[in-house]
Design a protein around this ligand. Sequence first.
Ligand SMILES: Nc1nc2c(ncn2[C@@H]2O[C@H](COP(=O)(O)OP(=O)(O)OP(=O)(O)O)[C@@H](O)[C@H]2O)c(=O)[nH]1
Length: 291
Amino acid sequence: MRYAVLVTGPAGAGKSTFCASFMTHLLASKRTGHLVNLDPAAAPDSFEYAPSIDIKDLISVEDAMSELGYGPNGGLVYCFEYLLQNMDWLEEEVGEFEDDYLIIDCPGQIELYTHHPFLPTLVRNLQRLGMRTSAVYLLESQFMEDKYKFFSGVLSAMSAMVNLEIPWVNVMSKMDLVLPNTEDPAAGGRNGLRTRRNIARYLDPDPLLLAAPHGSGDEVNSVNPRFHALNQALVQLIEDHPLVTFLPLDLTNPNSIENVLSHIDYSMQYGEDEEPKEPRDLDDGDFAEME
Ligand SMILES: Nc1nc2c(ncn2[C@@H]2O[C@H](COP(=O)(O)OP(=O)(O)OP(=O)(O)O)[C@@H](O)[C@H]2O)c(=O)[nH]1
């Protein structure tokens, strides 16, 4: 069995950093993983681990821009169309990997997850190649600074989940930037982020954060009252379809990484199909090792 994890989320959410930690963790647990770069615009020096498979070996945004005259966004769309027309290339590239995790670092253009058919088609192709596929969606903790931005992140995650229809893990990244309870953001704490006391309402999004009554003293004061009906409709949607909850990820804490990775394993039922290995006869080398 082979496993592929799409690492998705908005630009700058920490996808490449998470992929590198994922790789480090797999290696430390004596498991094998391979990084796949699916961003045709990625800078060559942006990877801590060299990708085993790199879309840029097939096509890059620079190629699409210089040879076909596309802009950066049109170039990205062209690259994905080109990839889907050349699935035999990907098939050949993943051909050798067995019992491994492919960690697929995706681009940060959110429309790829919510609008375009590319990733669902890619997932179907990976499944055809015998891969169990899941996705991780990262949203950075700074989104909690502004509840409207946060709920737009929740809706994007929801839309991506519905678009891809595969096992899914939402992650609140960069939790090291969130203040401990004792620090007062008003006193100039790091980035003025929310304290951990309030985090639960964001990890399991409480739609009532959006519905705070006008004049309640929260940021709602700055919002035009005409949007209140829209907010109420969103609250209803999130309440009726509670699909999105976040796992906190603090890369400075190994237990936090372990927790996220165990959810990914669980979402894909990692190792469930493994056959017990045939015992083999001991040879001289084994006895030498024991001594
Ligand atoms: N404090 C903190 N910074 C982080 C963390 N993860 C990523 N960063 C920083 O956030 C910035 C973006 O990180 P990337 O991993 O490149 O994010 P990305 O989602 O791959 O970015 P794009 O590919 O451009 O969409 C970098 O400056 C990272 O150093 C984290 O857990 N904590």
